[in-house]
Design a protein around this ligand. Structure first.
Ligand SMILES: Cc1cc2nc3c(=O)[nH]c(=O)nc-3n(C[C@H](O)[C@H](O)[C@H](O)COP(=O)(O)O)c2cc1C
Length: 204
């Protein structure tokens, strides 16, 4: 049997790249639902279903931008208007922003790190699904996403976490071809002795 279809699918995964120049339209309707479903296929130790995806579209993006601006001013009194504008207007640059909420169950036998990793796995599924559906996306965090005021505006408070934002839309400008790491620097066969990574060898 030919492996051509499998190879083509893998090629699609391998040519995903983050895209920051995004325009209208974003995926919507049934296509968006199918993209979002992929998040719910993330591995999930203990079936805790920690994924909480908030879709921020249309005017809601301006409302989020306003909250980000207010939070930044509260965090850094005296911050310049230009920086506030730069930080907050990011949320208007893609037609769809997905806030990646992690509903954390504290004091559970499943460590919190695993609960957060499940949300990260969901994010990766979403990035791949967006790409395979013919759209573009980028995953960003930054100080705003760690700000409790921004998190509270989204309805998240400790121990819940915000794993950042996916910015999603139509690719306005494809990402410049990225230099990708070499497989041999990151994959090795373990044969019974501690692995020596090429990067470690270079550093030593
Ligand atoms: C959790 C997480 C947070 C990130 N936050 C930022 C960020 O705030 N700013 C940024 O420039 N890149 C950030 N990145 C990196 C980009 O999402 C992206 O991976 C990078 O631009 C490389 O592009 P690639 O996905 O095509 O390799 C983040 C990545 C991850 C996994």
């Amino acid at each position: 049997m030919s492996d051509a279809p499998v190879a083509a699918d893998l090629d699609r995964l391998l040519d995903r790249a983050s895209v920051s120049a995004l325009r209208d339209p974003a995926p919507s309707g049934a296509v968006l639902d199918r993209i979002l479903e992929t998040a719910l296929r993330a591995p999930d130790h203990g079936r805790l279903t920690p994924w909480r995806l908030l879709l921020i579209r249309g005017d809601a993006r301006q409302r989020l931008a306003d909250r980000v601006a207010a939070s930044l001013r509260a965090r850094e009194p005296g911050v310049g208007d230009a920086l506030v504008e730069r930080q907050s207007s990011k949320f208007l640059r893609a037609p769809l922003v997905i806030a990646l909420g992690a509903r954390i169950v504290p004091d559970h036998k499943i460590p919190q790190s695993e609960q957060l990793m499940s949300v990260a796995a969901a994010a990766m599924n979403l990035l791949n699904a967006v790409h395979m559906a013919g759209f573009g996306a980028i995953w960003l965090t930054g100080a705003n996403s760690y700000d409790p005021l921004v998190q509270a505006a989204l309805g998240l408070s400790a121990p819940d976490m915000l794993a950042g934002f996916l910015f999603v839309g139509t690719v306005a400008e494809p990402a410049r071809p990225a230099r990708r790491p070499a497989l041999g620097d990151h994959v090795a066969e373990w044969t019974g002795e501690p692995a020596r990574w090429p990067a470690d060898v270079r550093a030593g």
